[in-house]
Design a protein around this ligand. Structure first.
Ligand SMILES: Nc1nc2c(ncn2[C@@H]2O[C@H](COP(=O)(O)OP(=O)(O)OP(=O)(O)O)[C@@H](O)[C@H]2O)c(=O)[nH]1
Ligand SMILES: [Mg+2]
Length: 478
């Protein structure tokens, strides 16, 4: 038996960025040649890609933990580390990606549509890339950043043009089997179909897909029978077909009240009101069935339904039905906005990485939050004083020092950079960090220069910041 899985939790881990390398070029008679440590490679992304040959999420049910490979560290001799490999996860057409709270992150429809579920960490810059006119031989490199970790939920919503709904044993699967080449399980007991079947129908020039869902019974919306859970698979269809049983032996049922009950359940589920519907009266090969069909037809037509009398067993009325469905599918396709590109790549929203905030918390701690400061902290090797100094310079240039000062921070106050559960906390030393401001950057000493007017100093400082930002951004591995 093939298992059909249409909802899985998936834990994806992108690759970590490789660390940058701190190395100094050496030649025989030239012992100190200059920095030549290469950059670390980027960590691989985890990417979901729609692959039409995949029809279930079964693979992810069996192995729900997936990881892309890490970037390699940089090496001496200006050798960059290799990038990690992206991990491509094929998913069925119609896979919806949600976060654990149930928010939709992406709706993947169409072969090749892809979604970056976890982004690889950036590689750290090597000391060659960190060298500048001011910092000729950095004795440190930046650490690679950890890759994203994400817990996501994948839900499959079958993509079919036509969906068959109706009571158990009405003959939905039988109809699919005679309209298409699909061979679903058919039997004379209710709930034979436990998962949707999908078939491809060709009617003249039109090719469309048709799906059934497990039979519905009164109270399905309260979870009776198999419940409404599987209606998810009809959400994307453009045409609904009511399959009504004209030969049921249950005394309290007849096609019209069956239809009312199924409609009531569909309304409970919601969101399907705008789909065109047609009615199929099945099993007219049974003599009583034929009579009953003729009896209820006017009533159904009066309600505005187009009615088809068929027999899935005797193969009557099937051609008219398949052409009528083709026509409706054609109209729905024409009304749909044109598909843009065949290959849509969806990336998680980029976070705004320009600003940062400084807030003093109740316990007196000053917390700095912002994409850049937090990234810089992750990139810092705190065992290396020079690397820590570089971090201080960067924070200073961004204006973090200034903001701390404005917020009232004094020497010795606690400062945390990052979120509550993952922050670097240190005692603030404004003399050290602001020292970089007052004395100029490491290796320079403004005290030797003639004093500048305040306005000029401010301008110079801004220019320096801009330059430093440019310098860094040029080296961004992304
Ligand atoms: N006489 C007759 N029997 C039919 C016809 N169509 C289906 N059946 C029979 O009705 C029974 C149920 O058919 P299925 O196609 O499995 O019904 P279903 O609607 O898919 O049922 P569930 O999957 O349980 O919801 C089977 O025994 C079929 O052989 C028909 O046109 N005429
Ligand atoms: Mg069935």
């Amino acid at each position: 038996m093939t298992t059909f899985v249409d909802r899985v939790e998936l834990h994806v881990a992108a690759g970590n960025g490789g660390h940058g390398c701190a190395s100094v070029h050496r030649e025989k008679f030239k012992p100190l040649g200059g920095p030549d440590g290469g950059n670390g490679g980027r960590g691989g992304d985890v990417i979901l890609v729609v692959d039409q040959s995949v029809t279930t999420l079964l693979d992810y049910h069996h192995s729900p933990h997936r990881k892309a490979t890490n970037g390699k560290p940089g090496e001496g001799g200006n050798r960059s580390g290799k990038d990690g490999q992206d991990l491509i996860l094929p998913v069925p057409d119609g896979t919806v990606v949600l976060d654990k709270q149930g928010n939709v992150l992406a709706d993947l429809v169409g072969h090749g549509t892809s979604y970056v579920a976890a982004q690889g960490g950036r590689g750290g810059l090597g000391n060659a890339a960190l060298a500048s006119a001011r910092r000729k031989a950095p004795g440190f490199a930046l650490l690679g950043e950890p890759g994203d970790l994400q817990d996501i939920v994948l839900e499959l919503k079958t993509v079919a043009d036509v969906a068959l709904v109706g009571y158990p044993s009405a003959g939905k699967s039988s109809l699919i089997s005679v309209l298409s080449a699909a061979k679903p399980k058919i039997a004379d007991y209710p709930f034979t179909t436990l998962v949707p079947n999908l078939g491809v129908v060709t009617a003249g020039e039109t090719v469309y897909t048709i799906a059934d869902v497990p039979g519905l019974i009164p109270g399905a919306s309260e979870g009776r029978g198999l419940g409404l859970e599987f209606l998810r698979h009809v959400e994307r269809c453009s045409v609904l077909v009511h399959v009504l049983d004209t030969a049921t032996l249950e005394s309290d049922r007849d096609p019209v009240s069956d239809l009312d009950i199924i409609e009531a359940e569909l309304r409970q589920y919601g969101g399907l009101d705008d789909r065109p519907r047609i009615v199929v009266l099945n099993k007219i090969d049974v003599p009583d069935g034929k009579d009953l069909a003729q009896m209820v037809r006017p009533d159904l037509e009066e309600r505005g339904y187009r009615v088809f009398e068929v027999s899935a067993v005797a193969h009557t009325g099937l051609k008219e039905l398949s052409y009528a469905l083709a026509e409706l599918v054609g109209q729905a396709r024409a009304a749909k906005p044109k598909e843009e590109a065949t290959r849509i790549v969806i990336r998680p929203k980029a976070v705004d990485d320009t600003g940062f905030t400084v807030v003093q918390e109740e316990d007196g701690l000053y917390r700095v939050r912002g994409e850049k400061p937090e990234r810089w902290v992750r990139q810092t090797d705190f065992n290396n004083d020079e690397a820590v100094g570089y971090l201080a310079d960067r924070l200073n240039r961004l204006g973090v020092e200034e903001e701390l000062m404005k917020a009232g921070a004094r020497s010795g106050d606690g400062v945390a950079i990052g979120p509550e559960d993952n922050a670097v906390v240190f005692d603030w030393e404004p003399t050290m960090m602001a020292g970089a401001e007052m004395l100029g950057r490491r290796g320079e000493d403004h005290r030797l220069e003639a004093p500048r007017p305040a306005a000029q100093r401010r301008k110079d400082r801004q220019a320096e910041r801009d330059e430093a930002e440019r310098e860094y951004d040029d080296f961004e591995p992304f």
